[in-house]
Design a protein around this ligand. Structure first.
Ligand code: HAM
Length: 426
């Protein structure tokens, strides 16, 4: 037999019971986002490449090294989205959304694609829950968003004390310009300790050197001037207010002056959340985001302040302590007909119950002498009860209900079956 071509490296299938944990997490995320009055936004996974180059930034790891970019059959360069903010901004601008809603709150849940070195918590197709707010530049919005993100992680089951929130401010681009010169001066003095990437970035985008993953560069970067020290009065006041409001909302956080984020569009408040919980290992940043007040206008829209974040679903799943099995809903009942006639009798009964939302599996190949196998399957599926149907049951119109928790059996008329099952499930 020919071998099946393997799935693409760094891209996973998600099977039961694992998928139940995903569904749980996604539902919790939706519940929180809906409570904060966000609407879901669905955008294509493919965009024309310049969208990402112009938003994420030409001189970033994501655009330089990680995008899945190819020409489509019309010869236009397209890329699988490496993140969701660029598409949200494109949708915002193309729909002239500022004319419709003074403040637009959007969220999305879906796959993103980055050609990274695959390892635990780092995939090439990974999923994000993301949120973006357009039209408010208020510091209170920054605090509200970070508090919402923390609430989401708590709802997933993370212990609040294991959630580490770091914040920083990048200030305005004008403030960054002055800082950029200081950085160039500093790193030029340590040129010999920089790698090729960082030396190149010294000319093109020196801030990115601060985001290097190379330990030697990290060591040099530790001594670099801090952007937060260069901020002007109004940026400082703004940042102080964000922090005060975070305090009022009960969000513990630290300032990390080295935090710069890996994407170019940020201005003002930026943040990341790490956790030591679970099995995350080195990839322990579960979420990140910040303000990007200039991006909408730089992509042709009206001047619109904006802020957002994205949370990595795979990483959040690794941080949640409970096993996937514990999220699997299990069966309500397993229908175990004894023979073909019993199957015909049972099918319409099961159908009626299923239409009322009761989760049922039925044995489609009942064979005399194989009844034990049916019962083994019922307990493997963690059914609450088995419904046994043979010739006696057909004759009397009463089905045998076996409580799989304690092994007791009772006879139940077809008309009473639903209430009996609900009583067992209670
Ligand atoms: P990001 O920091 O690039 O931000 O990604 C956000 C989160 O996605 C990360 O914290 C991580 O949990 C997850 N993630 C990123 N890359 C991978 C990967 N290769 N494998 C698994 N998980 C990964 C953004 O994407 C911004 N769009 C966030 C944002 C929204 N900023 C403003 N609005």
């Amino acid at each position: 037999m020919a071998d099946v071509p393997p799935g693409v490296k760094g891209m996973n299938d998600i099977l039961a019971p694992e998928v139940s944990k995903w569904q749980f997490l996604e539902q919790q995320a939706r519940d929180v986002l809906e409570a904060f009055a966000y609407h879901e936004l669905r955008t294509p996974v493919l965009e024309y490449t310049p969208l990402f180059v112009r938003s994420v930034g030409e001189v970033t790891d994501v655009v330089e090294k990680q995008m899945y970019t190819f020409d489509d059959r019309d010869g236009r360069s397209v890329s699988l989205r490496p993140e969701g903010t660029a598409s949200a901004v494109r949708a915002y601008v193309e729909n002239a959304q500022w004319n419709k809603e003074p403040i637009t709150r959007w969220y999305y849940i879906g796959p993103m694609f980055r050609h990274e070195r695959a390892q635990r918590g780092r995939l090439r197709q990974f999923y994000q829950v993301g949120a973006e707010v357009f039209g408010s530049g208020e510091p209170s919005m920054d605090a509200e968003m970070i508090a919402m993100l923390v609430e989401m992680l708590v709802r997933f089951g993370l212990d609040g004390s294991a959630i580490e929130v770091s914040v920083n401010s990048l200030g305005e681009p004008e403030e960054r310009e002055a800082y950029r010169n200081k950085l160039v001066e500093y790193f030029s003095g340590h040129r010999d300790k920089l790698d090729d990437d960082s030396r190149r970035r010294l000319e093109t985008n020196p801030l990115r050197i601060l985001d290097s993953k190379n330990p030697d560069v990290i060591a040099v970067a530790a001594g670099a001037p801090k952007l937060i020290d260069e901020l002007n009065e109004s940026s400082r006041a703004r940042f102080a207010r964000v922090r005060a409001l975070l305090g009022a909302l009960g969000v513990k956080h630290e300032i990390d002056p080295g935090l710069v984020r890996g994407l170019d569009y940020y201005t003002g408040t930026i943040f990341e959340i790490k956790t030591k919980a679970g099995e995350l290992g080195a990839q322990n940043t579960v979420a990140g985001g910040g303000r990007y007040d200039r991006l909408v206008s730089s992509l042709g829209g009206q001047n619109t302040p904006a802020i957002g974040f994205a949370l990595g679903i795979e990483r959040a799943l690794l941080a949640i302590p409970d096993s996937a099995e514990s999220y699997d809903p299990g069966l309500a009942v397993f229908f175990a007909p004894m023979d073909a006639a019993a199957l015909d009798f049972a099918l319409p009964i099961a159908h009626t119950l299923r239409r009322k939302g009761i989760r049922i599996e039925i044995e489609h190949n009942p064979r005399p002498g194989k009844f034990g196998k049916s019962m083994a399957r019922a307990s493997k599926l963690r059914a609450r009860a088995a419904i046994i149907i043979g010739s006696n049951e057909i004759a009397s119109g009463k089905l045998t209900v076996k409580d799989l928790a304690n092994g007791t059996q009772s006879e139940v008329a077809v008309a009473d079956l639903e209430s009996k099952i609900r009583q067992l499930l209670d």
